[in-house]
Design a protein around this ligand. Structure first.
Ligand code: NAG
Length: 307
């Protein structure tokens, strides 16, 4: 990535945050450490793990079995996912960790800046400096949020895969670098780190990026990130989002108004059930004052009884 090019370092939220800290004279060893890491080339851990770090539940691959025994009732999935992404984005923003949407979540953002009503997972990406930062300072931190419509709010866990240091795509058991997990339901966001593609760079492709899940990008497809909204909270989206979506899903994904038994209503910008029984999309009326808020006086804390 561009960390070795001083003129472009501003692209990285973390880096500019550390520069800011420096100028203001506020001491934050956290950011300074990250800043030093940033300009180095990351060493690859050569040994390919034989174990998978993250496990999914036996009842459904989008749930973490440590926190649930069952899938949620159909009408609770979207509200839980919505709170999941809102709390994740809020938290990453407040700790200065750069993240952006990709894959299916980017596609649903493209249509109406909302989740698809049939979604049951979410995909976010982070840069390599960010995964290092999160691994070092925020692994196994629990974050409590007040969630409108719930009595006690919910706890969310940020968990970093220790095999994130293995950069090779041969580590096919550990393509997910981190997860943001709703401890009330077991639903989670898959977070993947976007890394320099050393092989391609050695062959002259100077902007080559990759993820362990074998997705490949060019720096100028992702950066500079654009600012938008998703589920009513600020989000960053990759620069060349249309190109990325067409590459991944084909151009019909951007014109086809019928998907998964739903029909896109141009007027309301809502995916409606093509059949009767429109219950599921009608629940989607989040208002701005319905957003989760970090509970007052509740700092994230490290789980000691970890997994
Ligand atoms: C995060 O914490 C868990 C639980 O202690 C541990 O298994 C895992 O290796 C840690 N991840 C990193 C990146 O250190």
């Amino acid at each position: 990535m561009r960390f070795s090019t001083p003129s472009l370092v501003g692209l990285y939220g973390l880096l500019s945050a550390s520069a800011f800290t420096l100028v203001r004279g506020e001491s934050s060893t956290t950011f300074m450490n990250v800043r030093e890491d940033m300009v180095k080339d990351y060493k690859n851990e050569d040994i390919i793990p034989t174990v998978k770090y993250f496990t999914e539940s036996s009842f459904h691959y989008h749930y973490d079995g440590r926190f649930a025994d069952n899938i949620l009732p159909d009408n609770e999935i979207t509200p839980h996912l919505s709170a999941l992404i809102q709390t994740y984005l809020t938290t990453m923003d407040s700790i200065g960790a750069e993240t952006w949407i990709m894959h299916g979540s980017l596609l649903s953002w493209w249509w109406n800046q909302k989740l698809f009503p049939w979604d049951n997972d979410l995909d976010m990406q982070i840069s390599e400096p960010t995964i290092r930062f999160l691994a070092e300072y925020y692994n196994m931190t629990e974050h409590h949020f007040d969630i409108p419509g719930t009595k006690d709010g919910r706890n969310y866990l940020l968990e970093i895969n220790p095999y994130y240091v293995v950069r090779s795509t041969e580590d096919s058991l550990n393509v997910i670098d981190a997860r943001w997990i709703d401890m009330s339901s077991g639903l989670f966001i898959d977070i993947t780190a976007v890394r320099k593609d050393d092989d391609k760079r050695a062959k002259g492709d100077k902007g080559a990026l990759m993820c362990k899940d074998r997705h490949h990008y060019e720096e100028n497809q992702i950066f500079p990130l654009r600012q938008s909204y998703f589920e009513d909270v600020p989000v960053k989206v990759p620069y060349a989002y249309t190109e990325l979506l067409v590459e991944e899903y084909g151009s019909r994904s951007l014109s086809n108004k019928r998907f998964q038994g739903h029909k896109f209503n141009e007027e309301t910008k809502i995916w409606e059930r093509a059949q009767r029984n429109a219950k599921r999309f009608l629940r989607r009326g989040w208002r701005a004052n319905d957003l989760p808020t970090r509970s007052a006086g509740s700092e994230p804390y490290i789980r000691m009884d970890a997994a």
